[in-house]
Design a protein around this ligand. Structure first.
Ligand SMILES: [Cu+2]
Length: 107
């Protein structure tokens, strides 16, 4: 009987685990700066990078944790990136060298 309860609990744990819902965060780009200098997120989370400036940005990262390049995009566009591994991600803009953001992706 005890082992049946244990098995049931394990089954419930398996069913519940995937419901630890991934979150979506927003890092706005305005006045040639990211809306945060640092953000901590969890593996599986997504960050959207809306461009609120009347000129182009090109958000990218050369970090091993997450390598990406969103390309050149204009005002009102809002591309996103999902982070599938833990670690540190340094984010820059190819057009504005002063733009810098650090993302800590935690397990
Ligand atoms: Cu930029």
């Amino acid at each position: 009987m005890k082992s049946m309860v244990r098995t049931s609990l394990r089954l419930v744990a398996l069913l519940v685990a995937p419901l630890a819902v991934a979150e979506t965060h927003t890092i706005n780009q305005q006045d040639k700066t990211f809306s945060a200098e640092e953000i901590t997120i969890k593996v599986g989370d997504t960050i959207t990078f809306p461009n609120s400036d009347p000129y182009f940005h090109n958000v990218f990262s050369l970090s091993m944790t997450k390598f990406f390049d969103l390309g050149t995009y204009g005002q009102g566009e809002s591309p996103s990136v999902t982070f599938d591994a833990s670690g540190t991600v340094e984010v820059e803009c190819a057009i504005h060298p002063d733009m810098y953001l650090v993302i800590e992706v935690t397990p």
